[in-house]
Design a protein around this ligand. Structure first.
Ligand code: URA
Length: 238
């Protein structure tokens, strides 16, 4: 990668501003001052410093967020706060995006990355990546609902869903359930319950493929994936 691109990506200014920084002679690659904006940096082996401080550049960034309600799973929005707005500048410079969408009022596990290939693999309808949700439901969830979800239910637009694995944790006028689905249709969990005459009043995603929500994360908090989580995710074959 060119040194000017690396510095610009790290947030040190536009390509033009970065040229000025380079001209000042404050940037070194492996102890050699570099003034040429076109100079190539080997991200695997070169050590780049600015005023003597080593610059860390990662090609890819992988973050797990516990999405809070009230924010949008998008990179930009004209009226609402987005999950990207919640990131520190040091992470946002990598231009990550959320992998898939959770509704504005849904909480829980959201993977945020700039690895487009991984995102594509996880979101591809052909891959059937399982996602598990915890939900509170207005009304009594029954064994018939479990059976209906096992065969798939017909949504309001006539679409017959793939089977969903429904587990009743608590049944009553306010039931609690876990539901695993392998698709990601718009409002899918809410619409599956609507199909059996019930309403989701609280929804939280707990897992996505091999990733599990870290319950230590407060709503709105995020962290880098651990090496183990990342390895599992990159090697994941649904
Ligand atoms: N299903 C929904 O209805 N909403 C979500 O946010 C995710 C799955």
């Amino acid at each position: 990668m060119r040194i000017d691109k690396m510095l610009a990506n790290l947030g040190y200014g536009s390509r033009k501003e970065v040229k000025q920084i380079l001209k000042a002679g404050t940037v070194k690659i492996n102890d050699n001052v570099v003034k040429d904006a076109k100079q190539h940096v080997n991200l695997d082996s070169d050590v780049v410093t600015l005023n003597g401080e080593v610059l860390e550049y990662r090609q890819f960034i992988y973050l797990m967020m516990n999405k809070p309600p009230g924010v949008i799973s998008a990179t930009e929005d004209t009226k609402d706060e987005t999950v990207i707005d919640l990131l520190d500048m040091a992470d946002a410079v990598y231009e990550p995006f959320p992998v898939g969408r959770l509704d504005k009022d849904t909480e829980g596990l959201l993977l945020i990355t700039n690895d487009g290939q991984l995102a594509h693999r996880l979101l591809s309808p052909k891959k059937h990546v399982p996602k598990m949700y915890f939900a509170q439901i207005d009304g009594e969830v029954t064994a018939e609902d479990v059976e209906a979800f096992k065969h798939g239910v017909t949504l309001d637009d006539g679409y017959l869903t793939k089977p969903g694995e429904l587990t009743i944790l608590k049944s009553g006028i306010r039931s609690e359930i876990e539901l695993t689905i392998t698709e990601g249709k718009f409002h899918q969990v809410k619409r599956m319950f609507q199909a059996v005459g019930k309403k989701v009043v609280y929804l939280k995603r707990m897992t996505m493929g091999p990733l599990q929500l870290d319950e230590e994360l407060e709503l709105g908090e995020y962290r880098d994936l651990t090496e183990e989580e990342l390895e599992q995710l990159l090697n994941y074959q649904p």
